[in-house]
Design a protein around this ligand. Structure first.
Ligand code: HEC
Ligand code: HEC
Ligand code: HEC
Ligand code: HEC
Length: 373
């Protein structure tokens, strides 16, 4: 249900109510039962501004005629594409990633287009594979909308939103002055006093996000510390601000842990976390030796992906607009869905968990009482 709220500046006329008001109209979107406080306030202007997609450089040609592998010398990923479509994709990559003043030469030596001498071309080839993997393996997250280079790059060589390993505590063994990354307001965690770098542990590492217990004291099957919980909450602040939503967009605050009380969006987010880990670990981190020093963080690792890289403050990147029809090859080959760590390949951990909430936490708990309706 969508209700329209119009904020009025100072003593406006009826016309100012509907147009020209700086604060802009907001939609209040109810996402749960009435009276349960499950509502999201959406700034229509912000969504509209973040949803602009560029027009295709020219209409997509048919996938007929000689293959790129027959026409060109060094085509390792896109060889099966028709030469016409290959050229079209190059024009798109030019528009989506390369700075306008450099154009094709951002990735190519114009004297020898087949040469891999520019690191940007080597990176772009891996990015092609990464995008195909995201679109084909992680349909559980990107659905039919899928992503292109533009979802992250928005016409720039380096995406606006990214992360690299942050400087740790200078003197980690000392109690004195060791803030453990806390109490330094940081946009990563929505300016909360939580540990400000949730990324290394959860988006490169595979640290456990789950912290809730059914027992009051630590037990052999629950060894999560308060520090782990603070870090996990830091990640949740990132997730919320990346999507421009609050916690109840995914959770029912009656129990943050229970999957059967959560919204479907939480399952989408669950897969998103695994998708981000795979993109970082298998595609971007291994490019460390390819990127020059000025493209790496203070610890020499390349800049990686988090939820904001694609979402940029809205629940669906680019307002849910799909660009995949302009570059169908980026949808990648059809493959089996990615396995989750909670089960073997092909099993659906989230659906399993809905039937048995204990399944996802690995703890044998009785099913929680369903929410009263
Ligand atoms: C963001 C980097 C990037 C930009 C910008 C780019 N290309 Fe490419 N280009 C590549 C990559 C990567 C390959 C290899 C693809 C593969 O291995 O499947 C390639 C391959 C080619 C080839 C095949 C060369 C051969 O013989 O092997 C041609 C031709 C080409 N690009 C033309 C262009 C043109 C024309 C433009 C500008 C409109 C352009 N490219 C812009 C990354 C780029
Ligand atoms: C999920 C997000 C994402 C997608 C999708 C994506 N990239 Fe990237 N790309 C990144 C990030 C993050 C970096 C920055 C790495 C760094 O600078 O250390 C990057 C860097 C690059 C660079 C190096 C730029 C430079 O100046 O150093 C090139 C070239 C590139 N990407 C090409 C592409 C192409 C072509 C596509 C589409 C086939 C694509 N990317 C899709 C996230 C993405
Ligand atoms: C976009 C969806 C989304 C939003 C918004 C979100 N979360 Fe989460 N949350 C998740 C997912 C997915 C998990 C489970 C991650 C996993 O199991 O690996 C989770 C797990 C948790 C857990 C751990 C539950 C357990 O089993 O121990 C807590 C606590 C939590 N979130 C709190 C919050 C708080 C507080 C907020 C708001 C600041 C928030 N979440 C916002 C998706 C979300
Ligand atoms: C590679 C780009 C990309 C990245 C990175 C990404 N997402 Fe998404 N996400 C998408 C796309 C595309 C959709 C839209 C799918 C659709 O049309 O339903 C989406 C949809 C969602 C939705 C469903 C929204 C709704 O209203 O139904 C949630 C929740 C979500 N993402 C959470 C996350 C979280 C949490 C992260 C970080 C762990 C993340 N995403 C990282 C591309 C991305």
């Amino acid at each position: 249900m969508i209700r329209r709220i119009t904020f009025l500046a100072i003593g406006g006329t009826a016309a100012a109510l509907t147009s020209g008001c700086d604060l802009g109209p907001k939609d209040s979107v109810q996402t749960g039962y009435r009276g349960a406080g499950l509502a999201q306030i959406v700034d229509r202007g912000k969504v509209a501004a973040a949803s602009v997609i560029p027009p295709a450089p020219y209409p997509l040609p048919p996938d007929t005629g000689p293959r790129a592998s027959e026409t060109y010398q060094n085509v390792q990923v896109l060889g099966g594409l028709s030469t016409e479509r290959f050229n079209h994709l190059m024009a798109e990559m030019n528009q989506w990633v390369a700075p306008p003043e450099a154009g094709c030469n951002y990735c190519h030596n114009p004297e020898n287009m087949a040469s891999d001498e520019k690191y940007t071309k080597v990176v772009a080839r891996r990015m092609l594979q990464m995008t195909q993997t995201i679109n084909s393996t992680w349909a559980s997250h990107v659905k039919a909308t899928k992503v292109t280079c533009y979802t992250c790059h928005r016409g720039k060589p380096v995406p606006d939103y990214k992360w690299a390993l942050a400087d740790g505590t200078p003197n980690p063994r000392s109690i004195l002055g060791n803030k453990r990354g806390q109490n330094t307001p940081d946009p990563n965690v929505g300016y909360a006093s939580l540990p400000s770098d949730p990324f290394a542990a959860y988006f490169a590492g595979k640290a456990n996000i789950r912290v809730a217990s059914d027992k009051a004291l630590p037990s052999p099957d629950h060894v999560v510390s308060v520090k782990d919980a603070e870090k996990s909450y830091g990640l949740m602040m990132h997730v919320s601000s990346a999507l421009g939503v609050n916690c109840t967009y995914c959770h029912n605050s009656q129990s943050f842990r229970a999957w059967n009380l959560s919204r479907g969006q939480r399952a989408t987010a669950y897969y998103g976390i695994r998708m981000v880990r795979q993109a970082n670990d298998e595609y971007i981190t291994p490019l460390a030796s390819v990127f020059p020093a000025n493209r790496k963080g203070p610890h020499g690792d390349p800049y990686k992906i988090n939820c904001t890289t694609c979402h940029q403050g809205i629940n669906k990147p680019l307002g849910g607009k799909s660009m995949i029809d302009q570059a169908p090859v980026l949808a990648g080959p059809l493959v089996r869905p990615a396995p989750t760590e909670a089960g073997p390949a092909g099993s659906n951990a989230v659906l399993d968990a809905l039937a048995n909430p204990g399944a996802m936490t690995g703890k044998n708990e009785p099913a929680p009482t369903p929410a009263r309706q």
